[in-house]
Write a protein that binds this ligand. Structure first.
Ligand SMILES: [Ca+2]
Ligand SMILES: [Ca+2]
Ligand SMILES: [Ca+2]
Length: 235
């Protein structure tokens, strides 16, 4: 290897250009844990002669970015009556590594007409896109989805009932589903050291690793039990 000796008297006139190593955390969109080889170059101009020398190659692994997007898939209000109703949501892993998400469902949104009750929620474990009672896997309250791969999604179902709510016909109720990355959430750039795939750092992305969306129920043809007393005529 060629040695470059820089005499102190020449250093003042030397121009040194270095290419900075890219930050691993900046490589969003590249799968977490991907090794990237970086080599910097330094260009010297000494006495009118330009020399370029490479640095040692440094291998870094891409950090895991924690992101999520939640969307209601109902496309409009979902009718609910005494038989209850199912709201459908999708959780998208918009990060670059496998991640599970804690699920919270809030049926007590204010500003609408009534609050339904949540019987349970489940994910589409048989992958047919619709809720199958007794077949799709129930997520316990306070529980999480299974691991969702990067750029993949999971369909969730929220099973609701009126359960004492006595809405008028056409009254509406909002239900919010929130998904939070199990590894952690917070301000973008928050680092969970070593907690990414293959031991890389996990870094919160622009979504704060938390997202929610709202599905809306609309009461229809609510039937109440009315007792009709017989009319007694006296003669
Ligand atoms: Ca992860
Ligand atoms: Ca409400
Ligand atoms: Ca299903």
């Amino acid at each position: 290897m060629k040695r470059i000796a820089i005499k102190s008297g020449l250093l003042a006139s030397a121009t040194i250009t270095a290419i900075a190593l890219p930050s691993a955390a900046m490589a969003a969109g590249v799968p977490a844990g991907t090794p990237i080889d970086n080599t910097a170059e330094a260009t010297y101009t000494i006495g009118g002669v330009t020399e370029t020398v490479p640095s040692n190659t440094v291998t870094v692994q891409v950090d895991e970015i924690l992101d999520v997007a939640v969307q209601s898939l109902d496309g409009g209000n979902v009718a609910i009556d005494d038989n209850g109703a199912v709201l459908t949501f999708q959780v998208n892993n918009t990060g670059n590594g496998p991640e599970a998400y804690e699920i919270e469902v809030d049926p007590a949104i204010v500003g609408d007409d009534f609050d339904p009750s949540i019987v349970k929620f489940a994910y589409d474990s048989n992958g047919n896109g619709v809720y199958d009672e007794g077949e799709d896997t129930v997520i316990p309250f306070g529980g999480s989805t299974p691991t969702i791969l990067a750029d993949d999604s999971l369909r969730l179902f929220v099973i609701t009932e009126l359960d004492g709510a006595n809405p008028d016909d056409q009254d509406t109720a909002d239900v919010r589903l929130t998904a939070t990355a199990e590894t952690g959430s917070g301000d973008p750039g928050t680092v969970f050291a070593g907690q990414g795939v293959d031991g890389v750092d996990a870094v919160v992305g622009l979504t704060t690793a938390l997202d929610s969306d709202i599905g809306t129920l609309i009461a229809q043809s609510v039937s109440y039990t009315h007792l009709t007393l017989p009319t007694i005529y006296s003669v």
